[in-house]
Design a protein around this ligand. Structure first.
Ligand SMILES: [Cu+2]
Length: 144
């Protein structure tokens, strides 16, 4: 019976080690994912040869715009929304932002709008289909 009593702790130790290893693996998997979705990764948009500031936002299946934040200066902006995800998305500015909007971008398609910005400030936009999942972004207009 003494033998049996000695074995039990070893068995428990093995299970404990397994749990710890699983938890560590899980943690390691989470870290890159969190780093991959920076809502604050600012992208500064520079004018192309045509003088238009062209920016492309990509929507994946995680209900985020990549980039979720971009910076422009007063002048014309060409915004393209690319949708490689498996669902529809769109883009509409909040009150006070540009009136142009992208009503819908189907899966594997892209849509482009052009507008001119003048007043420095922060202009938020949302995907009206997925606002409840936090799909929103910000255009920052800074003085040139
Ligand atoms: Cu969406």
């Amino acid at each position: 019976m003494t033998r049996c009593q000695l074995r039990e702790p070893r068995w428990r130790l093995a299970v404990l080690a397994l749990i710890v290893a699983t938890a560590a693996g899980c943690g390691a998997g989470d870290a890159p994912q969190a780093a991959q979705a920076p809502q604050s990764g600012d992208v500064t948009v520079t004018p192309g040869p045509d003088g238009v500031q062209a920016v492309t936002l990509v929507t994946q299946d995680n209900f985020r715009y990549i980039p979720a934040r971009f910076i422009v200066t007063p002048g014309p902006v060409r915004l393209t929304l690319e949708n490689p995800s498996g669902t529809v998305h769109n883009l509409r500015y909040d009150e006070g932002g540009p009136e142009e909007e992208i009503p819908v971008v189907r899966s594997a398609e892209s849509e482009t709008i052009e507008f001119t910005v003048s007043t420095p400030g922060k202009y938020e936009f949302i995907c009206t289909f997925h606002e409840q999942f936090g799909q929103r972004g910000t255009m920052v207009v800074v003085r040139s």
